[in-house]
Design a protein around this ligand. Structure first.
Ligand SMILES: Nc1ncnc2c1ncn2[C@@H]1O[C@H](COP(=O)(O)OP(=O)(O)OP(=O)(O)O)[C@@H](O)[C@H]1O
Ligand SMILES: [Mg+2]
Length: 301
């Protein structure tokens, strides 16, 4: 008897079992979204579909009723004032908040149609498919090579490891700078190089999605530019979700932008709320909501 395809036969009422999430490889750049006749598909594929997502830390509600679809192969930016729940939302996408004891989520986040918080989803698979890079570069205190090789080794991907390491470093636009010092400690790299190393580390296991939480906030303008160029080059190969405080950066890199804000809830406590989500151009030049306009034009606060 063959194993049922979890995508085809996903049954939310089924008893928990280890489900491996499936998705086809992204099309090659240039062919994205086109069928054999070269026509564009009408509906872009949605990687994440957040439905009425509310997040709590203990009694505190951090996010309320977020509905947001993240499209495959695109860069989606999350913007908004401090404390509006951008990081909370991002970390909810790969269950990174599970380690926070007080964390609780309501609503659903579907990843390729699977409820990512469903009991039958393999959490290791989720982390493998959905990579994350944090605000502060956090290389391991190991060599440059071993930083990149660590996750592939852990996953048993030991074949052609040198090629894999080189490909990841090239993908992160770092190869030329480090190819002669692969055995040196990663801690000796500059901040911008360390952040690109962390991106290389994330892409070494060829994830489906990259989640980036303010990846350039600690970097100077040149290193920031390198990270932005890198995002452009990774676009299409990966689906990218980036949190940024930098309006220009969102405008430069993102296809679509979500603006979150802190709004007064029914109990007069402020809660993170998705105000508007649209094409980046629209959010920055013709937002529908005055709160978005005030924020993107710098009139906020
Ligand atoms: N581990 C946690 N425990 C309790 N409360 C938390 C935790 N993490 C975040 N919060 C609270 O949830 C709310 C949203 O925080 P979050 O870090 O998601 O905001 P943010 O939009 O990323 O802010 P910033 O722009 O400052 O990074 C804040 O009120 C924050 O204090
Ligand atoms: Mg944050």
């Amino acid at each position: 008897m063959s194993t049922p395809d979890p995508l085809q036969r996903f049954d939310p009422t089924a008893p928990p079992s280890r489900v491996r999430i499936k998705s086809d490889a992204l099309p090659q750049t240039g062919a994205a979204g086109a069928n054999v006749h070269g026509h564009r598909f009408a509906a872009p594929e949605v990687v994440f579909d957040a439905q009425e997502v509310s997040v709590f830390y203990g009694a505190k509600k951090a996010l309320t009723a977020v509905n947001l679809g993240i499209r495959r192969g695109e860069i989606t930016a999350l913007i908004g004032p401090s404390g509006c729940g951008k990081t909370t939302f991002l970390r909810s996408l790969n269950r990174m908040n599970d380690s926070v004891a007080s964390f609780r989520i309501e609503g659903q986040i579907l990843y390729h149609g699977h409820d990512i918080y469903g009991g039958n989803v393999d959490q290791v698979e989720v982390r493998r498919r959905i990579g994350m890079v944090f605000q502060k570069p956090n290389p391991f205190p190991k060599s440059i090579y071993d930083n990149i090789a660590w996750a592939p080794r852990n996953l048993g991907l030991k074949q052609d490891l040198d090629e894999r390491v080189e490909k990841a470093l090239r993908g992160a636009a770092l190869w030329d700078e480090v190819k002669d010092r692969l055995k040196d400690s990663a801690l000796g790299l500059s901040g911008g190089q360390q952040q690109r190393l962390c991106i290389a580390r994330a892409i070494a296991i060829e994830p489906d999605v990259l989640l980036l939480d303010e990846p350039a906030s600690a970097l100077d303008p040149i290193a920031t530019g390198a990270i932005e160029d890198l995002m452009h080059s990774l676009k299409g190969r990966f689906t990218i979700v980036i949190v940024t405080h930098n309006m220009q950066q969102a405008a430069r890199v993102a296809d679509r932008t979500a603006f979150f804000s802190l709004e007064s809830g029914t109990d007069a406590k402020s809660v993170g709320t998705l105000i508007e989500f649209d094409g980046t151009e629209t959010i920055f030049s013709q937002p529908r909501d005055p709160r978005t306009r005030d924020y993107v034009t710098g009139r906020f606060g």
